[in-house]
Design a protein around this ligand. Structure first.
Ligand SMILES: [Zn+2]
Length: 473
């Protein structure tokens, strides 16, 4: 979610409320502190979400496609995982006795959430069906989530296919997703349930909205929700019915209510993942409505938490080649066509839309379509791209960071992306800064009371994202 995406979403939010739009202020734009994040990785000027999320979740820049590994590891090389895994947010917070959770609209094994809890030489090793031919004993990301992170209290997203045995029918599809379900024949959802039962923990595994709605966070301490075989639905297409899916805000609400019961504090990663996916398809309308869904989640988080003890950081892992172009008049439909008059006119006399992409599948191969003759506001309309590519790419410019709560003032300038992880550890007194609160009580913390110094919550809301299917970019 680059700055152009935030600007366009802001205009959209206003226009959905009957205003001209440009003057609208999104919920996270009200946060008191803001900075910029330099998103390049160790080996790429413009990079992918595994490298960028590793920077934010683990505090180090690394290489393209690596999950939770240092830059000494090599992509796709299982042997290079050994000795190069690095501690990340789940490790830090769990070691300090705090609760952790992750909420995403992508497959929960996708690159960004994976960087919070897994170590993998390939972001594409989401299930063992993705690792045929890989030698060296490396474990897939779904396996790691269930077996190495049993302490995680909230796990909500899509990607059920990587957790079910190839021999079992998917409960929603009523057949197997044979290409993707587990070759080892293990039902990881059952492994998760057995572990909780064995330890007498209050736990619920759910896969649709009615089951999710029935969970009372007051008497449930662990939730595993896998609402789609693959990614969850776009907000514009989401089935809100009994067999449908919860919204990002609804998942965030339940996650916070469960995690808030831990008096020691918590870490929650919320990812509005599909902003990125729709951008990769040159589909601006679905992407921008995903931003609005993410704004609703931020609104929910601010409502349920106290800024005296909860740091909320809203940022993105990277930008996209997405532009707001021309000289449209104030209040022009954000999905509309730039008025084809005066200095706004194109050299060939054919109008263009306000929103355009630098590359992608909707390249017009030299035959510019007269967009004034078609409905560019339809959710399936794909904005034109300047260069042909199967999938639109990420952008390399900085993205913004918005922060509210204790130590939010540390977000204040142009920062390296991995600095965000160090702000989290410093604010929460975990990881490398686990001794800080004992040794140097900080009077600037503005906590509700002195005890809060040790019980800080962190909610990191990210807007990022990836390619549909595992061929990412
Ligand atoms: Zn992407």
């Amino acid at each position: 979610m680059g700055i152009s995406t935030v600007t366009a979403a802001r205009i959209l939010r206003g226009q959905t409320q009957g205003a001209t739009g440009e003057e609208t202020v999104l919920e996270f734009e009200k946060f008191p502190d803001i900075g910029l994040s330099k998103t390049y990785s160790n080996d790429r000027q413009t990079t992918d979400s595994a490298a960028t999320a590793t920077a934010m979740m683990c505090g180090q820049k690394t290489n393209y496609h690596l999950v939770g590994l240092s830059d000494q590891a090599r992509a796709q090389d299982c042997s290079s995982e050994h000795g190069n895994d690095i501690p990340c947010t789940f490790d830090w917070f769990h070691s300090d006795g705090r609760s952790v959770g992750v909420v995403t609209t992508a497959r929960i094994t996708h690159a960004t959430p994976a960087c919070a809890y897994a170590k993998s030489a390939s972001r594409n090793w989401e299930g063992d069906s993705d690792m045929v031919g890989v030698t060296g004993g490396c474990k897939d990301i779904a396996y790691q989530l269930i077996n190495n992170n049993s302490y995680a209290k909230v796990l909500l997203g899509g990607g059920r296919q990587f957790f079910l045995s190839m021999n079992d029918s998917d409960p929603e599809l009523n057949h197997t997703n044979s290409d993707k379900q587990r070759l080892d024949g293990v039902d990881l959802t059952q492994v998760w349930k057995d572990d909780k039962e064995k330890n007498n923990l209050s736990a619920k595994y759910v896969w649709n909205k009615s089951q999710f709605d029935a969970i009372d966070p007051r008497d449930t301490d662990y939730i595993l929700g896998l609402f789609e075989a693959g990614h969850m639905q776009y907000e514009l297409d989401r089935d809100n019915g009994t067999n449908g899916e919860p919204s990002l805000a609804e998942m965030t609400q339940k996650a916070i209510r469960v995690l808030q019961k831990d008096e020691n504090g918590f870490f929650l990663l919320v990812e509005g993942a599909r902003i990125d996916h729709a951008h990769h398809d040159n589909n601006a309308k679905r992407s921008l409505y995903e931003v609005l869904a993410m704004e609703d989640a931020v609104k929910m988080a601010t409502k349920l938490t106290d800024e005296r003890d909860t740091l909320i950081i809203v940022t993105a892992d990277h930008s996209h080649v997405f532009n707001i172009a021309g000289y449209p008049e104030r209040g022009n439909d954000i999905f509309g066509v730039v008025s084809n008059v005066g200095d706004a006119i194109a050299e060939d006399g054919i109008p263009f839309t306000t929103l355009l992409y630098g590359n992608g599948a909707s390249y017009d191969w030299g035959n510019r379509t007269n967009v004034s003759a078609i409905d560019t506001t339809h959710k399936d309309y794909l904005q034109v791209a300047a260069a042909p590519r199967e999938s639109e790419t990420h952008g390399g410019e900085d993205v913004s960071i918005y922060a509210r709560g204790p130590m939010s003032h540390l977000i204040h300038g142009v920062h390296e992306q991995h600095y965000i992880a160090h702000v989290i550890t410093y604010a929460a007194c975990v990881g490398e800064n686990s001794q800080r609160c004992e040794n140097q009580p900080d009077t600037n913390l503005n906590a509700a009371n002195s005890n809060s110094l040790n019980y800080l919550n962190v909610i990191c809301v990210m807007i990022c994202i990836l390619r549909l299917y595992h061929v990412h970019l």
